[in-house]
Design a protein around this ligand. Structure first.
Ligand code: FCB
Length: 463
């Protein structure tokens, strides 16, 4: 047993039995079957079919073909011994145009998924919105249109009513920062807008959707089910003023209204050149500020910034901060060129716990893309010796364990991702799975990281 290594490479650390060891996916990234059983188009269908938007012209049309392989994928989940599985529900399968009655075939798919998990002793954790907005709503203004927040609440009520007795944890939104700012600022994600004012408008409407969604869910789900939201809270390091500005528009723009009931004053001041915030209507903050049971955190890497240089403001993923230089950081790096920095996870958990001491935390995503090599061993068995991913997971589970030791109310850790999948603007070029997917044959192969994780779950101890 090794503990307290400065590089976070500990082994032998024990996790309590109630600590949830899971893995995560999202609908558009794995399901395929994009025009089956009444599913409508989403903004990611449109975006991925737009020339030049996604690397190699990849789309989610087939992805991991999970929609047709549900039973065997459920068996795969069970074979790893996962305590819980985090998946997302495709809004356009439930309401093909984003409004109106539920499509029974869409609901039936997720009922089979949830029941299949429960039959196998795996706890279902469902995200309502992981970026696949029905295209029909985008045509009416998408997240730039306030009405989309109300449509989201109707959708939440439908799904909560149908599955609310069986899903343990409901997450309203996954990473609204990405929806708002990659979708409307930098334009790297669907729907591909590049406009800082629209991006900030979208952020507010996503906040409103969260609040209305929480209230709608509470009306229909069982009393024991929990409600959460997942944020990719950024760990920003550097000079204090730059850190303050980026944290304002990167993190506090969401946690402020959702968890404190107000937009931070410094955020409003910083962004005044971009918008007058007149899209915030009287009463909105009360609607947004709903109690939640657990806060989901996605963590991958850190960002290092330098003092602002005072240049003009372009549309960006952090509206109004493109005068702040992003600095190089020491490696190692993943295939995404993201730095591997487990201390950032501990820093983030500690800071979030300090700000919201009564709110339980859950790591809803952490993981790494590497350029895996598939081999065949002497017995003809497929192998992926992904030692770098095992090392990443070891170091980040060590950070999670240190958070527990520090008294932080951390409830679980979901590895991103269960299997290789459609990595948004990177298409299939980045592999995050602990299970390899051969996209020609759809064959699934447990990588060494899956075998390592299976042992961690079985023993409740870092191998
Ligand atoms: C997160 C997303 C998830 C996946 C990982 C790598 O931002 O929530 O779908 O793409 O990044």
């Amino acid at each position: 047993m090794t503990v307290d290594n400065p590089d976070y490479r500990d082994s032998g650390l024990r996790f309590p039995d109630e600590f949830v060891l899971g893995s995560a996916t999202a609908a558009y990234q794995i399901e395929g079957a994009v025009d089956e059983d009444g599913r409508g188009a989403s903004i990611w269908d449109t975006f991925s079919h737009t020339p030049g938007a996604v690397q190699n012209g990849d789309t989610g049309d087939v992805a991991d073909d999970h929609y047709h392989r549900l039973e065997s994928d459920l068996d795969l989940i069970a074979s790893l011994g996962l305590d819980a599985y985090r998946f997302s529900i495709a809004w356009p399968r439930i309401q093909p145009t984003g409004r109106g009655p539920a499509n029974p075939a869409g609901l039936a798919f997720y009922k089979r998924l949830v029941d299949g998990l429960l039959q196998r002793g795996v706890t279902p954790v469902a995200t309502l919105y992981h970026w696949d907005l029905p295209q029909a709503l985008e045509d009416e203004g998408g997240w730039r249109n306030r009405q989309t927040a109300y449509a989201f609440a109707d959708y939440a009520r439908i799904v909560g009513g149908a599955l609310g007795d069986r899903v343990a944890v409901w997450t309203t939104l996954n990473e609204p920062w990405c929806s708002a700012f990659l979708g409307h600022g930098s334009g790297e994600h669907a729907p591909g807008w590049q406009d800082n004012a629209e991006a900030l408008t979208a952020a507010h409407h996503l906040n409103l959707a969260h609040g209305l969604g929480v209230s709608a869910l509470r009306e229909v789900i069982s009393a024991t089910a929990q409600i959460s939201v997942t944020h990719n809270l950024h760990v920003i390091r550097g000079d204090a003023e730059s850190v303050r500005r980026i944290e304002a528009v990167g993190n506090r723009i969401f946690t402020g209204p959702m968890l404190h009931g107000a937009y931070p004053a410094d955020l409003l001041a910083d962004t005044l050149p971009l918008t007058d915030w007149s899209f915030v209507k009287p009463g909105d903050l009360e609607l947004i500020h709903q109690p939640i049971d657990v806060l989901g955190i996605n963590y991958y890497n850190t960002t290092l910034v330098g003092p602002a240089a005072g240049a003009a403001s372009r549309a960006s993923a952090f509206p109004g901060t493109d005068d702040i230089p992003r600095l190089d950081q020491p490696g190692p790096f993943t295939e995404m060129d993201w730095n591997i920095e487990p201390s950032g996870l501990l820093q983030l958990l500690a800071a979030t716990h300090a700000e919201f001491p009564d709110l339980p935390l859950m790591i809803t995503e952490s993981g790494a893309a590497f350029d895996d090599v598939a081999t065949v061993d002497d017995h003809g068995v497929s192998r992926v010796h992904d030692a770098d991913r095992v090392d990443y997971l070891r170091r980040h589970f060590t950070a999670a364990h240190r958070a527990l030791q520090a008294g932080i109310d951390l409830r679980g850790y979901f590895v991103w991702s269960l299997m290789d999948n459609f990595e948004w603007a990177y298409g299939y070029s980045k592999r995050f799975g602990i299970v390899r997917v051969d996209y020609e044959t759809q064959e699934r192969t447990l990588k060494d990281s899956a075998l390592w994780y299976r042992e961690l779950i079985a023993e409740r101890r870092i191998p």
